[in-house]
Design a protein around this ligand. Structure first.
Ligand code: FDM
Length: 212
């Protein structure tokens, strides 16, 4: 049966360093897609509301210590526990705007020195995004924005390593957006990319899995 008769939503993922502006752009995009009449939800990872998410949250706020591999697997498990809901939403026609996904998982853990292939393995089989937007800012500029909240990874030296890991992980399909442009300009670019992506999915593009 052609999925033309069963249009699905798009899986749109936002990635970038801390303070790149992802979170506010996600909420702006949510509002503008809603205004255009799309069925859309905004998600984020880590999802701190689940049991696994609470362990992650406690680790990030330095209230607990965990082996680097163990926390990596928890971040991944936190995505796996949302996989079937993600599928149901997408198949029922809802577009998901997701603030961080498997790419954050690999970029942050490999920035600690873990092997990149080891980091990618537990993500294998999660839903592959239809669009990955990377909000590009230098670690120095991001740090100048201030407001690092004191969580574990919010330090310039570490963010430099994360930026390198993202570079190693990115491919030609990623849309790289200059995160230092005026907020409204970025917002317009993202809206156009999202609307294009949503129509491609509505035309029958099938869901695929990482790492494709
Ligand atoms: N982070 C996020 C990871 O290390 N691995 C992951 O899989 C994900 C999704 O958690 F520093 C890191 C990235 C960031 C921190 O993210 C919390 P938010 O976006 O600040 O909540």
């Amino acid at each position: 049966i052609s999925s033309k008769w069963d249009p699905r939503g798009a899986l749109i993922v936002f990635e970038g360093l801390d303070r790149c502006g992802k979170t506010s752009q996600c909420s702006r995009l949510l509002s503008s897609l809603e205004r255009l009449g799309h069925s859309v939800e905004s998600w984020r990872f880590p999802d701190r509301d689940t049991g696994v998410g609470q362990m992650i949250s406690s680790y990030l706020s330095n209230q607990s210590q965990l082996d680097d591999h163990a926390i990596h697997l928890l971040f991944s498990a936190n995505r796996w526990e949302k996989r079937s809901l993600m599928e149901a939403k997408l198949k029922s026609g809802t577009t998901l705007i997701v603030d961080r996904y498997a790419y954050s998982g690999v970029a942050f853990s490999s920035a600690k020195g873990l092997d990149i292939e080891w980091c990618k393995a537990p993500e294998l089989g999660l839903w592959a995004p239809d669009l990955v937007v990377y909000l590009d800012i230098s670690p120095e500029k991001a740090a100048e924005r201030g407001g690092y909240g004191g969580e574990r990874y919010e330090q310039l030296e570490f963010q430099r390593k994360v930026a390198q890991s993202y570079r190693a992980l990115s491919d030609a399909s990623w849309k790289v957006v200059d995160a230092t442009l005026p907020i409204g300009v970025i917002e317009a670019q993202l809206r156009e990319m999202a609307v294009d992506c949503i129509s491609t999915c509505q035309e029958g593009k099938s869901l695929s899995e990482l790492w494709s």
